[in-house]
Design a protein around this ligand. Structure first.
Ligand code: AHR
Length: 334
């Protein structure tokens, strides 16, 4: 047994923040919040929607598969949409799900602000929403009030762990290129904050350039290629995901620099290719960000329908990978 099925089992979950008590009175007749969240009836099977951001990388493909597999396992019907990286399309996708009267919407929002209003639209239409993997702007839509909960990693912590590794391994001396995820998305905002704040305490470390490369491999390659011309003396690349890091590896090689040695390469996700790059000595450190949301998403839906208390944030706990464990872990990666 490999990949999604295996990794879904040890997914560690914590809970944080205040909690939502669905079910109004918490009755056995089904979910719905005293705070105004739409109810979810207890049913033998559900028709749910999963609004995916894009499907252009292994992380997204693994996430969609995990959601589909779990729906099939439980006998639920799932409507999956792919916004192809467009916030406008994703808004239309969710509006469509509302028009179809799905029982529950699982939304992986492209970015924080543009997708927040459609969460409120679903609430007005009486359809509960669970955010998976990314957040929306909390000043527009709030967990436990406008949507049930956010299920996902602590992105600030991921950035901090990446920085801590580099501080230790570089002895506090580095010139860093940072490749950011798509602007306005919660992982891009928080992974930058976690990393940059930690690096600030180190006088010998400098982020010489920080630029968006949209979580995409080719963009990661292109941006790194350009930045290397202005900053040929870089000693580290920190990428907000594996895809951009793998693009940076290609750019570094093309520039005659040895990724993983002359230039340390750090990323977030923990896909198979990144773990292989660690084994091959081309990358150094990866913080996991699990895409296997299916089991926890459908469990949370069930708990909500049962009238259980749902925390505002269902925290997915992540591991880290380096040369000490990459070989042992690669069989579980997506
Ligand atoms: O929201 C999670 C991030 O989005 C993943 O790190 C990345 O690979 C994806 O596109």
């Amino acid at each position: 047994m490999r990949g999604a099925a295996l990794l879904a089992l040890p997914l560690l979950l914590l809970t944080a923040g205040c909690s939502t008590k669905p079910g109004g009175s918490g009755s056995a007749t089904g979910g719905g919040s005293g705070a105004g969240l739409p109810p979810l009836a207890k049913k033998a099977s559900y028709k749910v929607g999963f609004s995916q951001v894009e499907s252009n990388n292994p992380w997204r493909i693994a996430e969609t598969k995990s959601m589909r597999d779990e729906a099939a396992k439980r006998g639920d019907q799932i409507v999956v949409t792919d916004a192809t990286g467009s916030p406008a399309k994703q808004i239309a996708d969710v509006s469509n799900m509302i028009a179809q009267r799905v029982d529950m919407i699982f939304l992986a929002p492209h970015s924080e602000k543009p997708l927040a209003p459609v969460v409120l639209q679903a609430k007005r239409a009486g359809i509960p929403v669970i955010l998976v993997d990314r957040r929306v702007d909390p000043s527009i839509a709030k967990p436990g009030q406008d949507y049930v909960t956010f299920i996902g990693s602590d992105f600030v912590q991921q950035g901090k762990e990446a920085a801590d590794w580099l501080i230790k391994e570089s002895g506090g001396k580095a010139k860093i290129i940072e490749l950011e995820g798509n602007t306005g998305s919660s992982p891009a905002i928080d992974r930058k904050k976690g990393f940059d704040d930690e690096i600030k305490s180190q006088p010998g470390m400098q982020i010489v350039a920080s630029q968006p490369a949209d979580f995409a491999r080719e963009k990661g390659r292109q941006v790194t290629e350009t930045l290397l011309q202005a900053h040929p003396d870089v000693t580290a690349v920190y990428a907000h995901n594996d895809e951009m890091a793998l693009g940076a590896v290609v750019a570094l090689q093309a520039a005659g620099k040895q990724p993983g040695k002359a230039v340390q390469v750090i990323s977030i996700d923990g896909g198979r290719e990144a773990l292989q790059a660690i084994i091959d000595g081309k990358m150094n450190f990866v913080v996991q960000s699990s895409p296997f949301f299916g089991p926890v998403a459908f469990d949370t839906m069930k708990q909500y329908a049962n009238g259980d208390k749902i925390p505002d944030w269902v925290v997915v706990k992540d591991k880290t990978f380096d040369k000490a464990n990459a070989k042992a872990e690669i069989g579980n990666a997506f």
